[in-house]
Design a protein around this ligand. Structure first.
Ligand code: NAD
Length: 342
């Protein structure tokens, strides 16, 4: 297949582009590099040992999208977007413009070009209020912040579009908590500034960039009092995109599918596993709960098995070992020693 990957220089996009190349697909990637480095693309090519075309392009550039989509792609895998929850609360319009208007542009350019196969990065954040886990795809959707709202609305846009005319095949992949890195240690998560996600924070603490991890909430009704999440290896996630593309002809309309391991681990269990993987003590302190954080959430991943033939294969120790290899060999990320970046 000839596949267009948006957000290809980002954390999950780079791992997916690599899996697609390794499976023999022709990959064209684009990214505006607002939260990533073009060096990620060079590393993908290096590990895959194959060419991958890359363009610096913004989802808001309708002319650029129209020109690119005119190339006759078999499918699009859409990762590009802003993803920091706290930032989205401060800058809601930026999130709506970038994520929602950007995705509307992409869908319009696909429609105009006659490309009707899409795999989209959604999130378990669309489940908003959660009580008892596991959560399946029929769980009511709601959003607790502007970032979550953008995912919900983009999903709705896809459902509406798929209902408007036959032929659309759209897989909305709802990721749980992606962590880890490619086993080569050459590509991984490279957050700008202070990481928003837990795992990069833990690993930056292990490598000595940060003093300690702040654990938000130690008094939840969970076995050790800390939040429980469904951590899933980014390479497993990347492979799910490959599976979705390879099975996309079986889909009709827009369908949402959870991507998680189906098992929850606590924040303290993650810190312990990261400590085992790194051989370093990882100091932490408790901080108050954050509003909107669920006590525990993990996926019912049955549909992914049924529809995609996919289930997560890599366990928590492997997630930590791979993430640590990336962090240790790239302590300052792709740009090397860039104190200015942090
Ligand atoms: N990482 C997570 O925890 C997680 C969980 C659930 C869903 N997701 C979703 O998965 C997708 C990928 O996430 P990620 O963790 O790889 O994030 P990331 O920030 O590493 O990657 C996103 C990429 O999109 C690019 N981008 C942003 N706006 C763009 C625009 N207007 N035009 C072109 N490129 C643009 C960024 O430069 C970045 O390289 C996002 O849509 C995110 O919301 C991520």
């Amino acid at each position: 297949m000839k596949v267009l990957v948006t957000g290809a220089a980002g954390y999950i996009g780079s791992h997916a582009a690599l899996e697609l190349l390794e499976a023999g697909h022709e990959v064209v990637g684009f990214d505006n590099l607002s939260n990533s480095s073009e060096r990620a693309i060079a590393r993908i090519r290096e590990v895959a040992g194959r060419a991958m075309r890359f363009e610096r392009l913004d989802l808001l550039d309708m002319d650029g999208l129209t020109r690119l989509l005119a190339e006759d792609f078999d499918a699009v895998v859409h990762f590009a977007g802003l993803k920091a929850v706290a930032e989205s609360v401060e800058k809601p319009l930026e999130y709506w413009r970038n994520n929602v208007s950007g995705s509307a542009n992409l869908l319009a350019a696909m429609k105009a070009a006659g490309c009707r196969r899409l795999v989209f990065s959604s999130s378990c954040t669309v489940y908003g209020e959660v009580g008892k886990s596991p959560i399946d795809e029929n769980h009511p959707r709601s959003a607790a912040n502007p970032y979550g709202n953008t995912k919900l609305v983009i999903e709705d846009m896809c459902f509406d579009l798929a209902r408007s005319e036959p032929g659309w095949k759209i897989v909305l992949l709802r990721y749980f908590n992606p962590v880890g890195a490619h086993e080569s240690g050459r590509i991984g998560e490279d957050p700008r500034g202070v990481p928003n996600n837990l795992m990069p924070f833990i690993m930056q603490t292990a490598v000595g960039i940060r003093d300690k991890v702040r654990v938000f909430g130690g008094d939840y009704a969970t076995p050790d009092g800390t939040g429980v999440r469904d951590f899933v290896h980014v390479v497993d996630l990347a492979r799910a995109h490959l599976a979705a593309l390879e099975r996309i002809e079986d889909f009709s309309g827009a369908v949402a599918v959870n991507l998680g391991t189906g098992r929850g681990f606590s924040v303290l269990e993650l810190i312990e596993a990261a400590s085992r993987a790194s051989g370093r003590r990882i100091p932490f302190e408790f901080a108050p709960r954050r509003p909107g954080d669920a006590a525990a959430i993990w996926a019912d991943a049955t549909l992914a098995r049924e529809k995609l033939g996919w289930s997560a294969a890599l366990d928590l120790d492997r997630m930590c070992a791979d993430h640590w290899r990336w962090q240790r060999s790239n302590p300052a990320g792709y740009e090397g020693d860039s104190a200015a970046k942090r």
